[in-house]
Write a protein that binds this ligand. Structure first.
Ligand SMILES: [Zn+2]
Ligand SMILES: [Zn+2]
Length: 341
């Protein structure tokens, strides 16, 4: 099969590799019909994440058709369409039982290394370093899905790939940020970053009834997409973010703030963001606190959250909104390419 493989910093190639096989009774093999590139893939591409080995297959946002099922997997049948979320979950450990699926205790087969580096392991992840299990990812024609009886979202008939693909990561990530804001109908919600997660957070805040949603970025295409999703936009290259936020809220500032800025995002020209960039260049930090400082300068915002993902907690609600209420996630897609382009 064809698959995208990491060979080193800024070196990802489309290679021919052996097809995956069933290895454990709960596995399934999925023939990938669509996959997406995540901002987190840039961390691998740019060499920010340790634990990659040359030849690793990347990709953790994908969906497709089940073509083979292990003997111990009665939850899936050949021919069913599924979205495969990026966190691999056993469904049985203490954390899974509590609903904290992103820290499943059993799915990271290299958990000792992750414990040592991070303090505690995350769940196993597709296509995302040997520290999270070293599992082959979904930017490929076929994927082996471990614990597939739990690690899937079945897709109701009649929904296209574009409508549901983003359930694998970015929609629940943006949705969770908006949910954690406890949005009320009188709220203005300001969202820093209009990349994929920011776009999903905008649409989620609109769905949850915010009075006004403000998107902050500097890329014209992203700002246009944000306006199409219902946001008022601020271009931070052209105008003062704090002044515009005050103007748009009659001096009060937004009630809720969401940080959806990616690690490789373009810094502003402010002194503090240059300081952040310098620290990141020498690996002294993993994220940009510039947005958090902005949040704290906004007068009424005492409710700032970052985007993170507990996909399983939100999946039924998400599917229902897409299927019954016509929520359109396809707006978040901007190009479709074959794997070898
Ligand atoms: Zn992702
Ligand atoms: Zn578990």
């Amino acid at each position: 099969m064809k698959a995208l493989r990491w060979h080193g910093k800024k070196d990802i190639r489309c290679d021919t590799v052996p097809d995956p096989q069933i290895e454990q009774p709960r596995d399934a093999i999925v023939k990938v019909s669509s996959c997406a590139i995540c901002g987190s893939d840039l961390h691998l591409f740019d060499g920010f994440m340790p634990g990659m080995e040359p030849g690793d297959i990347v990709g953790h946002e994908f969906m497709g058709e089940v073509v083979e099922v292990g003997k111990g997997n009665s939850a899936l049948k050949v021919g069913e369409r599924v979205v495969v979320p990026f966190t691999i979950i056993c469904g049985e450990c203490e954390q899974c039982k509590r609903g904290y699926f992103s820290v499943c205790e059993r799915s990271n087969r290299n958990r000792d290394a992750a414990d040592k580096l991070f303090g505690h392991t995350s769940a196993g992840l597709f296509g995302y370093t040997h520290l999270t299990g070293g599992y082959a990812g979904g930017q490929a024609e076929y994927v082996r899905v471990p614990f597939a009886d739990k690690t899937h979202v079945k897709i109701p008939e009649g929904l296209s790939d574009e409508q549901v693909l983003f359930l694998g990561d970015i929609f629940p990530t943006g949705w969770q940020a908006a949910m954690q804001c406890d949005i009320e109908t009188t709220d203005t919600v300001a969202i820093w970053g209009a990349g994929p997660v920011g776009q999903m957070a905008i649409r989620s805040a609109v769905l949850l009834g915010a009075k006004q949603v403000i998107s902050i970025d500097c890329v014209p295409e992203r700002l246009a997409m944000a306006r199409a999703g219902g946001a008022v936009t601020i271009d931070f290259e052209e105008e003062s973010v704090l002044e515009r936020l005050n103007d748009l809220t009659r001096g009060k500032g937004p009630e809720k703030c969401i940080d959806a800025v990616g690690m490789e995002s373009h810094a502003t020209r402010s002194i503090d963001s240059i300081y952040d960039r310098a620290k990141q260049a020498v690996m002294l930090e993993t994220d940009r606190p510039h947005v958090l400082r902005d949040d704290l300068c906004v007068p009424s915002c005492r409710h700032a959250v970052g985007a993170g993902c507990l996909w399983r907690t939100h999946r039924q609600d998400s599917i229902r909104r897409i299927d019954e209420q016509g929520t359109d996630l396809a707006q978040g897609a901007n190009a479709r390419q074959p794997l070898d382009r």
